[in-house]
Ligand binder design. Structure first.
Ligand code: IPE
Ligand code: IPE
Ligand code: MG
Length: 247
């Protein structure tokens, strides 16, 4: 994709004072998008690149400080080996293609997920390269959930807690949270899922305890910043209570 030289401005009907600080997205529906066009499922993943870049720049323009995107789950290994292989290569080449322009825009790239033996070494190397290239950027954080599972993240945090010798009496939300993959990131204010599915699919289980959820029928490859802005608008109409009675 050639970045749009004239992107849609952030709509005036969005309240700039109430932007979500952290938006997380379950980028779903690539396979169905491809099937509708009689294309292989992998063509849908490829077409998702434009959606990802447009959503990222749209979030940046709106002043969102963190965008977390679900790119590959710990359960996605169950897919056919060819699709898994495609996704590994695709994510690696996407970083190669895009890391410099994201860096130029001041985007810090981080990753959440397990670095286990199933992730090819070259993919891990690209991830490390993209993280270190963009490490000092502060305009926005693009956190890519890759080989990510919400349960796995909690298991990993608990394993570290035990390894650190934390006594049972010292186990708290704070001591667990500090061992999540990115404890420095705020919890997502808004979680968006595309493709008309109403489920969480093991995404950010700990972090989304009080997130506002917005579901849209748009298939991920068709998603653009306009859809992000509609979701933010919906978010701004919600009343967040956090268990209390006022905001
Ligand atoms: C989301 O699209 C991308 C990944 C899970 C990697 P899907 O591949 O799940 O697309 P659908 O849900 O089959 O349409
Ligand atoms: C969630 O989508 C994972 C990603 C978007 C990476 P899935 O398509 O894997 O979720 P299910 O299987 O429909 O729950
Ligand atoms: Mg899916």
């Amino acid at each position: 994709m050639v970045p749009d030289p004239r992107p849609t401005p952030v709509p005036t009907w969005l309240d700039r004072a109430r932007m979500p600080s952290h938006v997380a997205v379950v980028m779903d529906g690539n396979g169905r998008w491809a099937e509708q066009r009689h294309l292989p499922r992998t063509a849908g993943h490829g077409a998702g690149e434009e959606a990802l870049l447009d959503a990222t720049y749209g979030a940046l323009a709106a002043g969102v400080s963190t965008l977390t995107v679900y790119a590959f789950s710990t359960e996605n290994w169950r897919r056919p080996v060819d699709e898994v292989r495609y996704l590994m290569n695709f994510n690696k080449s996407l970083l190669e293609r895009r890391q410099h322009e994201l860096d130029d825009e001041g985007v810090r790239i981080t990753f959440s997920g397990r670095r286990d033996w199933r992730v090819p070494k070259q993919v891990l190397r690209r991830m490390d390269e993209a993280s270190s290239l963009t490490d000092t950027n502060r305009a926005m954080t693009l956190n890519i959930a890759f080989n990510y599972g919400g349960r796995a993240e909690i298991v990993d945090a608990v394993a570290r807690l035990v390894a650190d010798g934390v006594a049972p009496g010292s186990v708290s939300e704070k001591t667990i949270r500090s061992r999540l993959y990115h404890p420095e990131l705020p919890d997502p204010d808004l979680v968006i899922r595309t493709s008309g599915e109403f489920r969480i699919s093991n995404f950010l289980l700990w972090e989304m305890a009080y997130s506002e959820l917005v579901f849209t029928d748009v298939l991920w490859p068709d998603f653009r910043r306009e859809h992000l802005y509609e979701a933010i608008h919906e978010y701004q109409r919600r009343e967040r209570r956090f268990g209390g009675l006022d905001k």
